[in-house]
Design a protein around this ligand. Structure first.
Ligand SMILES: Cc1ncc(COP(=O)(O)O)c(C=O)c1O
Length: 390
């Protein structure tokens, strides 16, 4: 192992939304933040060195999208997912949520419906609501072992006004990495009902052993023609603050609509550090990624084991991917507000309340385990203390 992920990096005075805002958000600067999805690890050495060198140059004027950027994306997607993509399919966006927004605005009209699978990452609803579209919800169901899609229910929800689906793959917060069979069934429904898919694959690089991420658009020509794939180095290499993401759109018509939206919003640019981070991380960050994945896997085992043994009131599935655990507190006879209050005031630990993820998230909290193990262990002890106080 080259990297030491046990190392605690003090993020308190580093303009981190997770660590720097505790007093305002929770009224207490000693709360341990295990909420928003970035990690507490340093990025790959290669990225840090490249930034230092670039910073030393001292001039940071406008930049452009050089060929090497596209090549870094093309090579990454080929190496990791065995998907051959072309340079002209790739568009850059300031973020994956911006990418969702651009797609929804460009490909649907006001009042039309967008399929989503709750419980899901809250900005999915925000994007739909802010653009005056309607969320058409087909909740995931839990089969006793894991969350699965309810295909019959999903298909029955599709009507004349439903034009688009926002897929979360891998799924935040439930941690599923959808299998080939699951994606095929979903894809068939979308093809049959002429639904365009925006596939948010931002967590595609966080897949645990025994699972494989399959880009939906890589599965068939038909799916490639109706899918916009959103990916980014941001989560993967812990460079989310650099606001640089990609949309991969094989279909020329969809791509030109998407590009027009980007131009209409005047966001067809890229930042010097965002571009550099993407290129260096994708080209040289693979060793770091494989080590961080090992560490995350161990953290997941540690957390699931700790919860099973010490806080059996909480139920948790071992995720297939992501560094997020979706904790089910519904066995505790207290309201989410009471639980949250105990977490903050007694345990002094901040998780994401499940309610913004949809009605199905009520009674759940999301735990971010992308941190050094001593922090995770401390966080789990704090959750335990809060629960025992109830
Ligand atoms: C599913 C999903 N999409 C998008 C994002 C955020 O993307 P960005 O910061 O690039 O807008 C996140 C971050 O947690 C996420 O989980």
């Amino acid at each position: 192992m080259k990297y030491n992920f046990h190392e605690i990096v003090d993020r308190k005075n580093s303009d981190s939304i997770k660590w720097g805002n505790l007093e305002e958000l929770y009224g207490d600067k000693d709360v341990l933040p295990l909420w928003i999805a970035d990690m507490d690890f340093k990025s790959p050495d290669e990225v840090i060195e490249a930034f230092k060198e670039r910073a030393d140059h001292g001039v940071f004027g406008y930049t452009w999208k050089r060929d090497s950027l596209y090549n870094a994306v093309i090579d990454w997607v080929k190496r990791r997912f065995n998907w051959d993509i072309k340079k002209e399919w790739i568009l850059f966006t300031p973020g994956v949520v911006s990418g969702l927004n651009i797609g929804v605005r460009g490909l649907t009209k006001e009042g039309e419906k967008v399929l989503v699978q709750p419980p899901v990452y809250p900005p999915f609803y925000r994007v739909i609501h802010n653009s005056r579209r309607i969320a058409n919800k087909s909740p995931l169901k839990h089969n006793g072992e894991r969350y699965v899609m309810d295909y019959e229910e999903l298909e029955s929800k599709i009507d004349e006004e439903t034009k688009l689906m926002m897929l979360c793959s891998p799924h935040n917060p439930v941690g599923r990495v959808w299998t080939e069979e699951e994606l095929t069934r979903l894809g068939d429904i979308c093809i049959k009902n002429d639904i365009i898919i925006i596939s948010d694959e931002i967590h595609c690089d966080f897949v645990l052993k025994g699972h494989r991420h399959i880009p939906l658009a890589s599965m068939s020509k038909e799916l490639a023609e109706r899918t916009i794939t959103l990916m980014a180095p941001s989560k993967t290499f812990n460079i989310a603050g650099l606001s640089t993401s990609i949309a991969i759109i094989p279909n020329e018509k969809l791509r030109s609509i998407y590009q027009e939206e980007i131009e209409a919003m005047e966001i067809d640019n890229i930042t010097i550090f965002g571009a550099l981070g993407l290129e260096v991380a994708y080209n040289n960050g693979e060793q770091w990624l494989s080590e961080v994945l090992e560490y995350i896997e161990e953290n997941i085992d540690f957390a699931v084991d700790y919860i099973d043994k010490n806080i059996p009131e909480i139920k948790v599935d071992r995720p297939d991917g992501t560094y997020l655990l979706w904790l089910d507190f519904r066995g505790i006879d207290k309201s989410p507000d009471e639980i949250n209050k105990a977490l903050i005031e007694v345990g002094k630990v901040a998780l994401n309340d499940g309610r913004p993820y949809g009605d199905e998230g009520e009674g759940f909290f999301r735990l971010n385990i992308g941190c050094p193990r001593p922090i995770l262990e401390e966080g789990l002890k704090r959750i335990e203390k809060a629960i025992k106080s109830l």
